[in-house]
Design a protein around this ligand. Structure first.
Ligand SMILES: [Fe+2]
Length: 142
């Protein structure tokens, strides 16, 4: 049974397909920007506190996105501590950290890049990074 919740999306007690739909919605909402990270603001401060610098965060996020396997890589915010961390998820509906705020997510299932990039997954990740809409991420961070 499909129940419709906020913004006409399936409720979270839905199966893998429902959660996958939500993740894809977040993925596309990440995009449409110029990829330029704002070097001021709350997100910048939290990135520096959690990773040392934006460049260190980027290095870790890129490396996570290029790990062997398929799934998702997310930048999450722990709502208890405010801290940020990158997180590998290999299923739509399993392995998401409880109590965390999803800030940024990249789809690294093969269907996300094979048509345009073939085996050049790193090129896909770079294209993603160049199109992040950081202004929207700044609105989401707490
Ligand atoms: Fe996907």
């Amino acid at each position: 049974m499909v129940r419709v919740g906020h913004q006409n999306l399936p409720s979270l007690n839905e199966d893998s397909d429902g959660n996958g739909m939500r993740l894809h919605k977040y993925y596309f909402e990440n995009l449409g920007g110029d990829g330029v990270f704002p070097k001021a603001g709350k997100l910048d401060r939290l990135i520096r506190e959690s990773f040392g610098s934006y460049e260190d965060w980027l290095k870790d996020f890129r490396a996570s996105s290029l790990m062997r396997g398929i799934g998702w890589v997310a930048l999450y915010q722990d709502t208890k501590t405010g801290g940020l961390f990158n997180f590998w998820i290999n299923e739509h509906d399993v392995g998401h950290p409880a109590g965390c705020n999803l800030l940024l997510i990249i789809d690294v299932f093969e269907h996300a890049f094979m048509i345009d990039y073939g085996l050049k997954r790193a090129d896909y990740v770079e294209a993603f990074m160049k199109n992040i809409n950081w202004k929207e991420e700044e609105k989401i961070v707490r």
